[in-house]
Ligand binder design. Structure first.
Ligand code: NDP
Length: 333
């Protein structure tokens, strides 16, 4: 077998961020206790931001770095007693493609503390079809459940519905019996798809992405917000008494203008959701629950598989809001 392997390296070339397909060897990787043959990674909005000149938060902190914020594969070597050759593992976040080499490579050396065991019920391909976006959707749903919101309490809004977090959130919430309303800028194009995943109602992006009053008609028992900006402010103003807004994304902007009114008059809870440094027990809980409740037939509708070489093109496309559902990267194709 060849000593070299393929990788997409994210770099700053003449002050321009670029992703390029290249060949590396094991000596190019950092020295970590667990070695993994990577099968799949994915393209997330954050992978797009990593190559964007407009990102407010620098993502690649130590260029050049192998890109890709997540990966799934099989352990080939381990000097950590928790992991053995043959174990099926995945990594979400933990600074992959920020401070550590990421998943866009056929091989990875990983800190054992970052690894999650892939649940038996799902394949490596399905694990990455879920990926960081789907696991983040699960973190949002867990926050909603932990807050005590039940299906009979009212409608749940999902914004940025056609994307990775949105599609998995709709599938999960509808499987749990929630009445899901999907907000999308692509209702005409993706409406049937979103209804097929379990949305009972669709609303246009513009209905929320506007200036809002401090409080508006109480409409949502809970919200999964992937968009931020004016959309988030309007969603907060429309959340019913003691409801919860889970906030994970910024595709519509990172600035929010709201007031204290929904929080002090309606006891609305605003819950920030972070997948990158979430503690291990929460991650494991999220993955175990995904394996338990995610409808794998619906998951099959959500994703497509693309080869490693297409990553730079796909990171552009996701920033333009042109991706539907999830993109799995087959690093060996
Ligand atoms: P995607 O690009 O797959 O989906 C985002 C969706 O947002 C799009 O499909 C689109 O949905 C909508 N959208 C795109 N552009 C705009 C815009 N300008 N205004 C309003 N809506 C827009 O991204 P992901 O699902 O992977 O991620 C969603 C967000 O969550 C991102 O901001 C990402 O960075 C964040 N995220 C955060 C994590 C965390 O740990 N907190 C982890 C994972 C993701 P439609 O066309 O239906 O309107």
């Amino acid at each position: 077998m060849s000593d070299t392997f393929n990788a997409i390296v994210f770099d700053n070339v003449d002050d321009v961020k670029k992703g390029r397909l290249t060949e590396l060897s094991a000596a190019d990787l950092t020295d970590e206790k667990v070695h993994v043959d990577v099968s799949y990674s994915t393209v997330n909005y954050k992978d797009g931001l990593a190559l964007s000149e407009h990102s407010q938060v620098p993502i690649i902190q130590k260029p050049p770095l192998i890109g890709g914020i997540d990966l799934a594969g099989t352990v080939t070597e381990s000097s950590d007693s928790r992991w053995q050759a043959g174990d099926r593992v995945l990594v979400n976040g933990y600074g992959l493609s920020e401070r550590h080499h990421g998943g866009y490579a056929q091989k990875a050396h990983i800190n054992p503390d970052f690894l999650i065991r892939v649940p038996d019920a799902i394949s490596l391909e399905q694990a990455m079809a879920i990926g960081t976006a789907g696991y983040t959707a699960m973190l949002c749903v867990l926050a909603i459940e932990d807050h005590g919101v039940k299906p009979e309490d009212g409608k749940v809004l999902v914004t940025g519905a056609s994307g990775g977090v949105g599609t998995v959130a709709i599938s999960l919430l509808s499987s749990l019996g929630y009445d899901v309303v999907a907000s999308s800028g692509r209702v005409a194009e993706n409406g049937d798809f979103l209804k097929g995943l379990g949305a009972s109602e669709l609303i246009e992006r513009d209905a929320l992405s506007r200036d809002s009053k401090p409080v508006e008609k109480e409409t949502w028992a809970a919200v999964v917000d992937c968009v931020g900006g004016k959309t988030l402010a309007t969603a907060i103003a429309q959340t019913q008494y003691a409801g919860i807004v889970t906030m994970c994304g910024l595709t519509g902007g990172s600035t929010i203008q709201t007031t204290v009114i929904p929080f002090i008059l309606r006891a609305v809870r605003l819950a920030g959701i972070d997948s990158v440094m979430a503690p291990l027990d929460l991650r494991q809980r999220a993955w175990d629950r995904l394996a338990e409740i995610l409808d794998l037939n619906k998951l099959a509708e959500i994703y497509s598989i693309e080869p490693l070489a297409k990553v730079p093109e796909l990171t552009d496309k996701i920033l333009q809001g042109k991706v539907k559902g999830r993109i799995v990267i087959d690093v060996n194709a």
